[in-house]
Design a protein around this ligand. Sequence first.
Ligand code: XIL
Length: 345
Amino acid sequence: MKRILLLLLLGFTPFLQAQNSGSAIYLKQILSYPLGASVNPRLLEENASYRALASSEFTSLTAENHMKMALIHPEANRFDFSKGDEILAFAKYNKSRVHGHTLVWHNQTATWMKEFQGDQQAWENLLKNHIQTIVKHYQGQIAGWDVVNEAFLDDGSLRPSLWADHIPDYLAKSFIWAHEADPKALLFYNDYGQDGKPKKMEAILNMVQDFKKREIPIHGLGLQMHISIQSNNEEIKKVIEQSTATGLSIHLSEVDVAVNPKNNPDFVLDSIVQKAQSDKFQLLFTSFANIPASQQYGITFWNVGDKDSWLRGYFKRPKEYPLLFDEAYQRKGAYGELIEEIKRK
Ligand code: XIL
């Protein structure tokens, strides 16, 4: 509780918010849908520039890690909502929406889950309890949930995982259980790399069709969009259009545009690369603008400044600059160019 209060107090930093408002206009102001970022509670507490951008630039927040299985459900009989609650309190204070990520995933599962032994019924009880305890805890406060994350392989087959291996039809069951716990929350299927992977895209679309036929509740598709300056524009447009054609809400849910995907140690962020990245940001936003308003759930960046990106930490690429804000938490040139492009259209 104390930590939450501290965070709220720190959240009230108008002079810091002013530092980045040189050009006066904010990207979020010209968008008719939420602009999001995933956040890390430690950085929200420790880093004033990070905190200022998280509150002033974004209108939707996602926990980068703290609502994932290993962190939120560390022991069979213990849930740890402390960090998720901090993010929620910060978002509430700033009147931001919160998007939930993620109830079911093959990665970042808890150790006790990996060691769990039981028959099918026992596994179903485990997963149902996991999903429903979390969704109920946040009922009415989280707008939408990534119910299942990354369930398909590139060839369109179901990815082997603790869940796929022990629970037949676990995808549909997860959505049903989540819906029971909070009938008002929007339920998303979230995945990466649909562009250029037609078999994976097809598997997702087939799942949506199948769910509709069986009246399994699903309301949205998340396209992570961890792309690079080399990604193919036509492929990106195509998967956004195919997803939109389902009639579901669309979330570009984890956007980053890698500039140095091969981790070249001599990489230099020159003006040619900056332009290529700026073009890709514009492609995502102009493609999203073509989606009917009722289906525009939002665009979320995967963290705030270049320094905080998982591409640096997780993939150990120190010379990677994938986001809209630079290492000093300043708006990149691409930020203003994006505003110009959106206004022009
Ligand atoms: C990543 C986080 O950014 C890292 O901090 C963590 O170490 C691993 O997970 N797809 C997802 C996200 O759905 O949850 C992942 O986040 C990135 C890929």
